[in-house]
Ligand binder design. Structure first.
Ligand code: BG6
Length: 500
């Protein structure tokens, strides 16, 4: 079944010629256009100081599609896409520019027969988000939600603040002009196909959910490993670190989807209610527990795939004695009936040997080791691995008898790979998220209370860390699996990290 085309709307991209627009948004919108998922009247308007004429913006985005698009599109599709594009040059911090934007939008809408539905996409630095939302409201660019009138929606990108107080302030600023149901906070991990499959896999099949609890699960590992370093974002990273950049959002979102209770319906608020409950069930660690159950790392020079790479402290815009973490591991406990006593081990790191995001659920071993006799190896536990990327798929590790006259149990793998089964290239997360925002479906977006609950949790760790900078940084070589202390974190519990 192909998805429903989105209702006709004007998509206004703030920061229309910035990196995010060129790399992600425009290629995603082009794909939706190519697949017939945008209504014929839909217009895409770039609003920024740096956009020029309609023509110049169209040329710029055509080049962006050459560089970042999925490719394989015919010239006709490019031309009809370009006809949707309009540029409004303006200063995002000037009320006069918003007045001008309003009249241009009304003219474009009249010309194209658009009903006045608007999707404002703030692809701008976080410091400008609250201000832009306020100015949109003040300029009369936001329709009220009541009644059957056209919709006005706001899409915002992470980071939503850098701690609980700033996230709260940002949400307040946004709420001055928009109701929560008009706000779509992007966490692009939620748009990934395999992330969406976590719930389908768990709840669309009868056999897994009965095992998904403390009775059968020994522990869970969630890994977000990257081979890249900070990629020219030294300044941002010095302020954020990986805990804010990846753990607070992407990793905790994955945790929620794995650990949440089955929602009573697959509806935005019902699903998000359950996710918030997970975050609230994580036991806030005491300062001693933070120091015991978390690990910080920073990469030293090393090699990735045989190529020498610099250490974090040598990256541009990074302090020579920086104590910012590029690796973090965290053992946490979810205190509810389903998970009490089951440790969740999370880790995220830059400059690790392999790019891989996965969730590994290790089950308890059988109560009796029936095949231990006669030198037969004791069975390894069953491990179910949900591979989010790359090589998307699901694998189950099970014990099997090796053919032969003696009883030898060997671990084998049952493997499902998306690419083998479904062939087609996986759509980019932004395609799905933009379509959902146009359709008003907030299921794959972070709600205000979710974001704030995640910050509250993360802040408990960050506060303790701020008081006790680690003395041993840098503590792992680029191209290795992180600091020794991370290995010890699991070894203490008689476990080890998976080598994906
Ligand atoms: C972003 C972080 O949100 O996610 C980056 O800011 C990180 O630091 C990226 O590299 C990872 O996303 P993906 O889709 O490549 O796993």
């Amino acid at each position: 079944m192909s998805p429903a085309p989105a209702p006709a709307a004007t998509i206004v991209i703030f920061g229309g010629s910035g990196d995010l627009a060129r790399r992600k948004l425009v290629p995603a919108l082009f794909e939706l256009h190519r697949q017939g998922l945008l209504a014929p009247e839909t217009a895409i308007v770039g609003f920024a100081r740096s956009v020029g004429s309609d023509e110049a913006w169209r040329d710029d985005l055509d080049a962006a599609l050459d560089e970042h698009g999925r490719g394989g599109a015919d010239a006709g599709a490019r031309r009809s896409f370009a006809a949707r594009l309009h540029a409004v040059r303006g200063d995002l911090r000037s009320d006069a520019s918003y007045g001008e934007l309003k009249s241009r939008l009304e003219a474009i809408e009249a010309e194209r027969g658009l009903p006045g539905n608007r999707l404002y996409y703030l692809a701008i630095p976080p410091s400008g988000i609250g201000d832009a939302a306020r100015r949109l409201g003040a300029a009369g660019l936001v329709h009220p939600v009541e009644g059957d009138g056209p919709f006005s929606r706001l899409v915002v990108e992470k980071p939503f603040g850098h701690d609980l107080a700033s996230a709260h302030a940002l949400n307040e600023a946004v709420h001055a002009s928009f109701r929560e149901r008009q706000v779509f906070r992007i966490d692009h991990y939620l748009g990934k196909e395999t992330t969406q499959n976590i719930l389908v896999f768990r709840l669309g099949n009868g056999i897994f959910e009965p095992l998904w609890n403390r009775r059968y699960v020994d522990h869970v590992q969630i890994t977000v490993a990257e081979t890249i370093g900070v990629e020219g974002r030294g300044k941002f990273f010095e302020e954020a670190g990986i805990f804010r950049d990846v753990v607070q959002n992407h990793l905790l979102q994955l945790l929620c989807l794995v650990a949440m209770e089955p929602p009573v319906a697959f509806e935005a608020n019902v699903v998000r209610d359950e996710k918030v409950k997970v975050l609230r069930s994580v036991r806030p660690p005491s300062p001693q527990e933070v120091l015991r159950d978390t690990v910080r790392g920073q990469y030293a020079p090393g090699a990735i795939a045989g190529r020498a790479v610099a250490g974090y402290r040598e990256e541009p815009d990074v302090a020579a004695a920086s104590t910012r973490e590029t690796y973090a591991a965290w053992k946490l406990q979810i205190e509810n009936w389903r998970w009490a006593g089951v440790p969740f081990y999370l880790r995220a790191g830059k400059r690790l040997p392999k790019r891989v995001t996965e969730i590994a659920i290790t089950f308890k071993t059988p109560p009796i080791a029936l095949f231990r006799h006669a030198g037969c190896a004791v069975g390894e536990p069953n491990v179910l691995v949900l591979r989010i990327q790359p090589d998307e798929g699901i694998a189950l590790r099970i014990g099997a008898k090796r053919p032969g006259p003696t009883m030898r149990v060997e671990t084998v793998k049952m493997d499902f790979r998306y690419a083998e089964q479904f062939g087609e290239a996986t759509p980019d997360a932004y395609e799905r998220l933009l379509l959902d925002a146009l359709n008003g479906d907030g299921t794959l977006f972070a709600r205000r209370d979710e974001v704030e609950a995640a910050w509250e949790l993360v802040e408990g760790v960050l506060d303790v860390w701020a008081e006790s900078p680690p003395p041993d940084l840098p503590n792992y070589e680029a191209g290795t699996w992180g600091p020794e202390a991370a290995t010890e974190l699991l070894a203490r519990d008689g476990r080890r990290w998976r080598r994906p």
